[in-house]
Design a protein around this ligand. Structure first.
Ligand SMILES: NC(=O)c1ccc[n+]([C@@H]2O[C@H](COP(=O)([O-])OP(=O)(O)OC[C@H]3O[C@@H](n4cnc5c(N)ncnc54)[C@H](O)[C@@H]3O)[C@@H](O)[C@H]2O)c1
Length: 345
């Protein structure tokens, strides 16, 4: 089956989506791009030309393009503040909607999206592409296997001097909303725990080229007494980490380190005695389901599968709101200087 699909928001990230679809036969067989919508028509026209989508309807009015193209799917790739209106329009028309992260600009908007999707009986899911990569899948399987005992802590460092220009330079809480959401979501996935409360210190350090919140340091209380800490900066020049963060995961019996790229380093205790216990090295198995390791392509594939099977996808709005709740609780904590409980819903 091929779905008539409209892309709304034809900027930088839309190219990533179209490339992922083009590179995967299964996806290009199932998805027919029939419409391109952007408030800036020139951007949509340029996208059509670059990806040879000459027959797609181009417009600025999403509802009109959905009607004209009889769309079944809506790919929402707009900037975060525009998302709620785009999702509302798509679900109102009867489309299944896949949205870029972050899910919404507020928890109120995210809850509205969940309600609308339920009412419409359509799938609404969020692109959390950074959990669909080999390293994250390997970490999760390793933690789940019990190789380092019971999970006690997840600690992530993210330091990148990233010069984007564009909307990020002007937004509030830029690191927490636009980037840390990836690591928070991945930590929730890897740990399998539920975030319960957070304390966060957010700053815009001297020399920052962002208007607000380029750096943040957060301590999350997760279920089962697991602690997740995050130290991050988007204006730290000199020693960039991976975009996936650098990870240290501790368990009752051992530790696994992941550099966010190819290298894992895992050890567990091998004796019951000694001031510092003897350790044995562990291998982190590299067997992963390749369909879960291809970033955007995997998220889009999971979205299509959910539509076909009726089973909610891993990043369905009703689950992904928990990652968003981590971000908003961290922002509130940074504002108030207080520990903030995290909403369960
Ligand atoms: N998952 C990832 O790894 C990843 C990476 C980069 C960006 N993103 C996300 O993708 C989204 C888009 O980011 P981008 O880098 O492509 O930004 P961008 O500014 O390059 O593109 C956004 C486009 O949306 C259009 N737009 C804005 N409001 C609109 C509206 N109401 N209707 C139609 N079009 C509208 C803009 O004109 C622009 O062309 C953001 O939510 C961002 O956080 C995700």
């Amino acid at each position: 089956m091929q779905f008539n699909t409209v892309v709304c928001g034809c900027g930088a990230m839309a190219k990533g989506w179209l490339r992922a679809i083009g590179e995967h036969k299964d996806l290009s067989k199932s998805i027919k791009i029939v419409g391109l919508v952007d408030i800036n028509t020139e951007v949509a026209e340029a996208l059509a030309e670059e990806f040879e989508l000459g027959s797609a309807v181009i417009g600025t009015d999403l509802a009109a393009v959905l009607r004209e193209t009889k769309a079944q799917l809506l790919f929402d790739i707009v900037v975060p503040p525009a998302r709620i209106d785009v999702v509302r329009t798509g679900l109102d028309y009867g489309c299944h909607v896949l949205s870029e992260k972050p899910m919404a600009s507020s928890l109120v908007a995210a809850k509205e999206m969940i309600g609308l999707a339920q009412k419409a009986g359509r799938v609404h899911a969020v692109v959390q592409n950074r959990r669909y990569i080999p390293g994250i899948r390997r970490l999760r399987a390793f933690v789940e296997s019990g190789a380092i005992g019971e999970l006690t802590g997840v600690h992530c460092d993210f330091f990148i001097g990233a010069h984007f220009g564009g909307f990020r330079d002007e937004m509030d809480n830029v690191l927490l909303l636009d980037m840390a959401i990836h690591t928070f979501d991945a930590a929730r996935f890897v740990s399998g725990k539920v975030p319960q409360a957070v304390y966060c210190h957010e700053t815009n350090p001297a020399g920052s080229w962002y208007r607000h919140g380029a750096s943040a340091f957060a301590i999350f209380e997760m279920s089962d007494r697991v602690t997740f800490t995050y130290r991050g900066s988007w204006c730290a020049e000199g020693a960039n980490t991976s975009w996936e963060s650098q990870w240290r995961i501790t368990g009752t019996k051992g530790t696994v380190l992941w550099d966010g790229k190819e290298t894992f380093d895992a050890h567990r205790v091998a004796s019951e005695e000694g001031f510092l216990r003897e350790l044995e090295e562990l291998t982190v198995p590299d067997s992963v389901n390749v369909y879960e390791t291809e970033g955007h392509a995997s998220v889009i594939g999971a979205f299509l599968k959910a539509i076909k099977t009726g089973e909610p996808p891993e990043t369905a709005g009703e689950d992904n709101i928990r990652s968003l709740a981590m971000v908003f609780a961290a922002i509130e904590s940074a504002k108030t200087g207080q520990r903030v409980p995290i909403e369960r819903e």
